[in-house]
Design a binder for this molecule. Sequence first.
Ligand SMILES: [Zn+2]
Length: 232
Amino acid sequence: MTKGIDLYHLQCLDSENDTRQRRLKEVQAALGENKALQQARSTLESTHTQIRKSKVRQHDLELEIQGVSDETTRFEQQLYSGAVKNPKELADLQAKIASLKRRRQNLEDDLLEAMIELEEAESTHSQAQKHLDETQVHWEAQQADLLAEQETLQEKLTEIEQAQAGLLPKIDPGDLATYRALRHGKGGLAVVQMQSGSCGGCGITISPSLKWRLRQGELIYCGNCERIIVQA
Ligand SMILES: [Zn+2]
């Protein structure tokens, strides 16, 4: 014959199992990469891209300035070589040199801008790197905690399983089916203790005849909420 107290213990184990299974799911969902870490990585990657762009721009400008300088030198050599005598040609050469010098000035302004841009990109990059490092440290600590918690939960769940295995042979299969149906239909609370002569589930007063049967060790059910009642 099934004892109420065994069903009560089974319910305690089932409830604890549910709670720990829920937490285990949360822990397992939180293991692995998280959003903050992915975000920090992608920010760092975009600062890398910006640095590369700025460097390419700086290099292109330097090459262009070199080209303009070389051209200027060539024209100046022509101008001062004395080979060109025609006043019109001389004036043309001087105009070309002046134009190239203006062009060089503009390019140097652009280069300065590009250098500032690169400096800013490098500073943004080092901030992003720092942020990623901090996020990583925090994430690693969190992962270690979660892994430890997962292990504890799994150990506890094994213990619960073993305790349930020890308890189940004491329970009549029919009573077990009733218990499971009640637990399912009554929000997980199938077995309640009698509290000051009342049902611990719905609070209704337990009749003297039920109390008497309970004292005889029978499995009794609340006449109102149908839950199994055990002695406190
Ligand atoms: Zn009741």
